[in-house]
Design a protein around this ligand. Structure first.
Ligand SMILES: [Ca+2]
Length: 244
């Protein structure tokens, strides 16, 4: 056998070895095994980091800020029915969310105009393109818009603040890392506030396995065996060439 033919066989062997191993690794690797999970950094209004509702009169919400007000305070107060009016007529207490409002007075009065309540959540470790939020919200006065980062969900009519109204779903507009979710509502006069209940899910990001999968090992073994056989054959060919 000539040197050129031996060289061609070596190249073919290396190519087949690389292809078979890479194919097996691609098929059996866990890289693409996504799994939906809860976005744990997304919270209802008026709860602590464990999701437990806050006490009446708590100043500040750990997960929401008043990003924009017509005028007056941007400090937030958490309200329960223990506060009295305006809860009744506002939606009453439950164990999953609280009303939040400007920390103005006991009736949480606010000047007329638009208010933007903002919460942020982190999609680090998630595939942002698979994220989805389903939610309920109510406000005094009516809702105007929900904005995820730069995506507007559109206008909402005010059905009433004695119930959650206009359930919503967001399934696009998410981004990697920190996301911003704004609830915009309008107050004509008197008390003003917001209440939300949210649930978010997304696929976990694909992460390479630290330990090779069994089939990858098998692929490598097959490739290694083929390489060993070829090396042995080449040894024979080398002798054959020398004889010539
Ligand atoms: Ca009002």
């Amino acid at each position: 056998m000539t040197i050129d033919r031996i060289s061609q066989r070596i190249k073919l062997s290396i190519s087949l070895f690389a292809t078979s191993t890479a194919t097996l690794a691609l098929i059996f690797s866990p890289v693409d095994r996504a799994q939906a999970a809860t976005i744990t950094s997304l919270y209802n209004t008026g709860v602590d980091n464990s999701g437990t509702v806050l006490a009446n009169g708590t100043v500040g919400d750990p997960h929401y800020v008043l990003a924009s007000v017509p005028s007056g305070t941007t400090s937030i107060r958490v309200l329960t029915s223990a506060n009295g009016y305006p809860i009744g007529p506002w939606l009453g207490d439950n164990t999953t969310s609280r009303w939040i409002a400007p920390n103005s007075n006991s009736q949480v009065d606010g000047p007329a105009g638009d208010y933007t309540y903002r919460t942020t959540f982190d999609l680090t470790g998630f595939n942002a393109s698979t994220a989805q939020i389903t939610g309920l919200w109510t406000s005094d006065d009516g809702g105007v818009d929900i904005v995820l980062n730069t995506t507007h969900l559109g206008s909402f009519s005010n059905i009433g603040f004695s119930n959650f109204f206009t359930p919503f779903t967001i399934s696009s507009g998410f981004q990697s890392g920190i996301n911003t979710l704004d609830f915009i509502m309008h107050n004509s006069s008197g008390p003003t506030g917001l209440r939300t209940e949210l649930r978010g899910t997304a696929d976990l990001s694909a992460t390479p396995a630290s330990v090779p999968e069994p089939f990858t090992i098998i692929g490598t073994f097959i490739g290694g065996t083929a390489a060993f056989r070829m090396k042995k054959k080449l040894g024979a060919n080398k002798s054959e060439t020398t004889i010539k």
